[in-house]
Design a protein around this ligand. Structure first.
Ligand code: ZN
Length: 297
């Protein structure tokens, strides 16, 4: 059975960039090596259609992406040198989250071994993100009436500002973001629920807050679909996140989120999102552990 979505196209070359796009491929390779995933379980996504992209983005931004027609300002806004390969990677990542959402609706859990581009806005890229796969999936499934209420559980260390902005005013979507209040983005958007934590927050406080908030949220909003943005940048060895979670703490975070959703029969789509550990192998380990937790739930 196909359980996990991945494409080699995710691996765009970004020489010297703190965002290493090869982390997703490395995580999958580690999972195969450890016997947690067989190649036969991996589904290759398709590129999203223009129609799909227009659900989350303006015609102007979609055109720029599909026709590869960016300005210098677009690259600096995204803090990313936008090459053809980079655009293809971002489009494919969005296709991957769409495919993972289909798996989630079918099997209860779907995993994109990539995705989580939560900083992309309707009309522009930002924070290493071009296409907001999270908002796109939510918009598409709502429009097609496949779901009634979607919950975004964004636990990347950075606020899910693009997602919050795109889904603002959509009452059938609830955006929950728990993040470091002192880091990027400088100007925060308003999610349905924001929990800004202090820099240096460790396992204990982080997990206590999560345990207090998430079950209540699930019971009040009663989603029939959820999207988990499982950023690895909450790790204490991360260069950007500013939190102090341990590998064990992150495992507990993932297990808790997945269990709370599954307990209520809420399908979960998992995306991996950020991760910038000083040691590349740590980011890869965290992403692989998240996938493992999702496969086991
Ligand atoms: Zn992040």
């Amino acid at each position: 059975m196909k359980k996990i979505v991945f494409s080699k196209a995710y691996t765009a070359r970004l020489p010297g960039h703190v965002f290493r796009a090869d982390k997703f491929e490395a995580a999958l390779r580690l999972l195969v090596k450890e016997g947690a995933v067989s190649r036969g379980e991996v589904l290759a996504p398709a590129l999203p259609s223009r129609q799909d992209l227009l659900l989350a983005h303006t015609p102007g931004w979609v055109k720029k992406n599909l026709e590869f027609n960016f300005s210098k300002e677009d690259s600096s806004a995204a803090e990313l040198k936008i090459t053809r390969q980079v655009v293809r990677a971002h489009l494919m990542n969005a296709g991957g989250t769409l495919a993972a959402a289909e798996l989630a609706l079918k099997n209860g859990v779907g995993i994109n071994c990539g995705g989580g581009s939560h900083h992309a806005f309707r009309d522009r890229g930002a924070g290493f993100c071009l296409i907001n796969d999270i908002a796109l999936v939510v918009k598409k499934l709502l429009k097609e009436r496949r779901i009634k209420r979607a919950l975004v559980i964004d636990l990347d260390a950075h606020q899910g500002d693009g997602t919050a902005a795109i889904l603002k005013g959509e009452r059938r979507a609830f955006t929950f973001s728990m993040h470091n209040q002192e880091i990027y983005p400088e100007r925060k958007e308003r999610s349905s629920l924001d929990i800004g934590l202090k820099p240096g927050t460790g396992d204990r406080t982080y997990l206590a807050v999560l345990r207090a908030e998430l079950p209540r949220l699930l019971d009040r909003f009663r989603p029939d679909f959820s999207l988990y943005v499982a950023g690895a940048d909450v790790y204490r060895g991360d260069l950007l996140g500013g939190f102090k979670l341990t590998l064990g703490g992150i495992k507990k975070r993932d297990a808790f989120v997945l269990a709370e959703c599954r307990r209520r029969g809420v399908p979960v789509t998992v995306t991996l999102s950020g991760g910038y550990a000083k040691k590349f192998a740590d980011t890869v380990r965290i992403h692989a552990d998240t996938v493992k937790a999702a496969l086991n739930c």
